[in-house]
Design a protein around this ligand. Structure first.
Ligand code: NAD
Length: 439
């Protein structure tokens, strides 16, 4: 089939490449000409394992092309996936929907052939119904245009795997729309044939499937981080507590890992937007707990600052601190709402001399926080440091020999903000080793 994918960021570039991998002919569309030029030449302007190779393969095969032209997009295909961003409003907690609106405004006037627009962005419940009305208003008279909502659940770092082998597909259709489901079943045929479960539902349920999944995941992380706070006060060990809980199959071990908390371009802004939407719907109390989920998450960063102050008595000013990691998670160069980069900035503001190292996110970090120093490797960034903060759990850091690191620092002190380093090994090598929720 012929498809377009509008918005070629993390989600859209992955979706476009994976749709080509499924055998479709795909046209990627973006308003950013530099991004389009890069993608067209087979390179990806961000880091996602395997994606550059997949894009290059399908650009070469001719199944994947890119454009900035909506006119060309409308003429190219019957199915258009909308994958643009829905960031937090600059001056509020809700979602900024200007980009999803702009897709409809830009595409609809050109839709002079039957078309199905499929929203994949994470949006407040009620958005699809509104966009569907707008699509009908703006399309040429008599055009057969429809909207479906198919939220995306992929994880950065596993984006290709999650797109080609998702846990489930969820698609919401408008009342009385009988034509769209067969078309989308055709798009996703290889996945459905492989047994991927499909939930067919209405617009609001599809939208809520995504926002409530993110609310649940954020709550689970903040639950174990709240337990970490209790462990710190009670002298318990949150890692062992988490292990004990995870054997209970009703609870499960995933997303039950205490640390410096969640960040990124999804969970923080999605729980805030969800909370805001619930207020608008008059059910704010139902989601009031999400304020606490957010607060617990942010308090973990304060805890790291407290540990830094404890380990560097006499004040942070002028003290050399190495920050390992600045992506919001490993296997990604995404620094949106990254706890690691936020902490590096806070240490800098407190007067510390901060040297940051991350295997893939340094270019992005430099643009956002040019005031920080950036090292060329974990050892180089640790040179002369009185304290190391391990804040993004890249494998590279886990594999370091603590004895080799001890040779370059001024004082062997480390805070493991992700609870993944071998505590006993570091202590045996002479380190003062602190972590979150553990003694
Ligand atoms: P992103 O910022 O990386 O990408 C958005 C892209 O849309 C950019 O390339 C931008 O240039 C482009 N764009 C903006 N306005 C446009 C327009 N009018 N026409 C065409 N292109 C336009 O964002 P993202 O991380 O890919 O997220 C996209 C959506 O997917 C969000 O709603 C997000 O919450 C959701 N989502 C993201 C992930 C993830 O892991 N990144 C996972 C699931 C869902």
């Amino acid at each position: 089939m012929r498809l377009t994918v509008i918005g070629t960021g993390y989600l859209g570039a992955t979706h476009a490449a994976c749709m080509a991998e499924l055998g479709h002919e795909v046209l990627g569309v973006d308003v950013d000409p530099d991004k389009i030029a890069a993608l067209q030449s087979g390179s990806v302007p961000f880091y996602e394992p395997g994606l550059a190779e997949l894009i290059a393969e399908h650009v070469a095969s001719g199944r994947l092309r890119f454009t900035t032209s909506y006119r060309q997009a409308a003429a190219f295909a019957e199915v258009h996936f909308s994958c643009v961003g829905t960031p937090q409003l600059p001056d509020g907690q809700g979602a900024d929907l200007r980009y999803v609106d702009a897709v409809i405004e830009s595409l609809a006037p050109y839709l002079d052939r039957p078309a199905l627009v499929v929203g994949k962005s994470t949006v407040p419940v009620g958005t699809a119904a509104r966009l569907s009305g707008r699509l009908a208003e703006l399309a040429p008279a008599g055009a057969r245009v429809r909207l479906a909502w198919n939220p995306e659940f992929l994880r950065e770092g596993f984006a290709i795997e999650d797109t080609l082998r998702p846990d489930r597909l969820v698609i919401g259709f408008d009342d009385g729309d009988s034509a769209s489901e067969p078309l989308l079943r055709e798009v996703y045929r290889p996945l459905l044939d492989a047994g991927v479960p499909l939930v067919v539902t209405d617009f609001p349920t599809a939208e809520l499937a995504k926002t409530s999944a993110n609310a649940f995941l954020a709550t689970k992380i903040s639950f174990i981080n709240a337990m970490a706070e209790v462990c710190e006060a009670a002298g318990a060990d949150v890692a062992q507590l988490s292990a004990a809980l995870s054997y209970d199959t009703r609870i499960g071990g995933r997303f039950l890992h205490a640390g410096v908390g969640f960040g990124g371009g999804c969970l923080p802004k999605d729980i805030r937007a969800f909370r805001t939407r619930a207020e608008e719907l008059g059910v704010g109390r139902a989601l009031a707990f999400l304020d606490e989920v957010d607060a617990i998450n942010l308090r973990r960063r304060d805890r790291v600052m407290e540990l830094a102050a404890e380990l560097l008595p006499g004040g942070l000013s002028g003290r050399r601190v190495a920050v390992w990691g600045c992506a919001f998670k490993p296997d990604s160069d995404d620094i949106r709402d990254s706890p690691a980069l936020d902490l590096a900035g806070r240490l800098h503001q407190a007067g510390a001399s901060v040297s940051v190292y991350d295997p893939h996110a340094m270019d992005n970090a430099r643009k956002l926080r040019p005031e920080l120093d950036y090292g060329t490797g974990p050892l180089e960034s640790a040179q002369g440091a009185e304290l190391i903060l391990h804040l993004t759990e890249w494998r590279d850091f886990r594999e370091l020999d603590p004895r080799a690191v001890a040779e370059v620092v001024a004082r062997p002190q480390i805070v493991d903000g992700r609870n993944v380093l071998d505590r006993d090994g570091w202590r045996a090598a002479g380190w003062t080793f602190r972590s979150l929720g553990r003694q």
